[in-house]
Design a protein around this ligand. Structure first.
Ligand code: PMP
Length: 295
């Protein structure tokens, strides 16, 4: 699904076949989860492949590397250029792009001096699908921001996302919603959350969540379209009185919720602000809004 005999990846400065690449079993990333990654999408637009918010994604990758003391010498511009070349070499226009920075052979708990950069890409539909999600409140919380850098996409952090997703799916739900250490709603295992009440939107502020690039895009779209949006903490009890709710993420894009535990969101998805934003987001990633503004 992710690669075949012909797939090309970028690995430590070279474009090589995925089937010819190998990783070291003594890598610190494999043993301790000390690595950083990104999830980016490219869209097939009338002007060809367009990597959406490439600079922002690579800025976040570099931020993660910096806080983990991992050396990454590429600039955002260089990484973007490599990404476009990689898409071209794989003949892909609509694609999911996965840059991953791993550390070297080192069993100490000090960041290894050796760094590996791999960029992979593959065709991937909307991660959480198109149907409305049935979500379970997780028994796992998002990590305490004093125990790690929650805004860095560190590979090891994702065991928290895996625990919550396993729990939700094993109980017959589609996805998990996690609270923060103070009991406020934080985010989904791999996406941010917005709730709608009386036509207004609310989303948790930064601090205990991933600073989602889709979240920021959706907030910008709200401002442009005159949709009320406020960053504020809210509890699970408040969320269970909301009219509607949706998740945002690069892989998931904008996806609505049908229910949270036993609570059914009462507003029809098609009538919600989330639905409107889902369509606006699609236009934005395809560059159609930019084009309209320019003409
Ligand atoms: N929260 C978590 C925990 C995530 O892993 C992601 C995916 N990066 C998001 C939110 C959404 O972020 P983005 O919109 O930048 O993909």
């Amino acid at each position: 699904m992710y690669y075949n005999e012909e797939t090309v990846i970028f690995f430590n400065g070279q474009f090589i076949k995925a089937k010819d690449a190998s990783a070291n079993l003594y890598s610190q990333s494999l043993h301790y989860g000390n690595g950083v990654f990104e999830g980016i999408r490219a869209y097939n637009t009338t002007e060809g492949a367009r990597v959406f918010k490439s600079y922002e994604h690579y800025k976040r990758l570099k931020f993660g590397a910096e806080v983990m003391n991992i050396q990454l010498d590429y600039s955002e511009e260089e990484l973007t250029q490599i990404t476009y070349e990689l898409l071209e070499r794989n003949g892909l226009k609509d694609a999911y792009i996965r840059p991953l920075v791993t550390t070297g052979v080192d069993m100490s708990l000090l960041t290894s001096k050796e760094t590996n950069l791999v960029i992979q890409c593959w065709e991937w539909g909307k991660y959480m699908g198109d149907k409305l999600l049935r979500v379970k409140t997780s028994s796992f919380q998002r990590p305490n921001p004093k125990s790690c850098f929650v805004e860095a996409k560190v590979t090891g952090h994702y065991t928290n996302s895996i625990l919550s997703t396993n729990e939700a799916k094993n109980n017959g739900y589609d996805e998990a919603l996690l609270l923060d250490m103070n009991g406020n709603v934080a985010e989904c295992s791999g996406a941010n959350v917005f709730m709608e009440k009386d036509g207004k939107l609310y989303t948790p502020p930064r601090g205990h969540i991933m600073a989602g690039i889709t979240r920021a895009t959706v907030m910008d779209l709200c401002k442009e379209e005159g949709i009320y949006i406020e960053e504020k903490h809210f509890t699970l009890e408040e969320l269970k009185t909301a009219d509607a709710c949706f998740f945002t993420g690069t892989a998931a894009e904008v996806v609505g919720l049908q229910s949270l535990d036993d609570y059914q969101f009462p507003l029809a998805w098609e009538k919600s602000q989330g639905h409107k934003l889902m369509k606006l987001y699609k236009d934005e990633v395809l560059g159609l809004r930019q084009k309209r503004k320019a003409s």
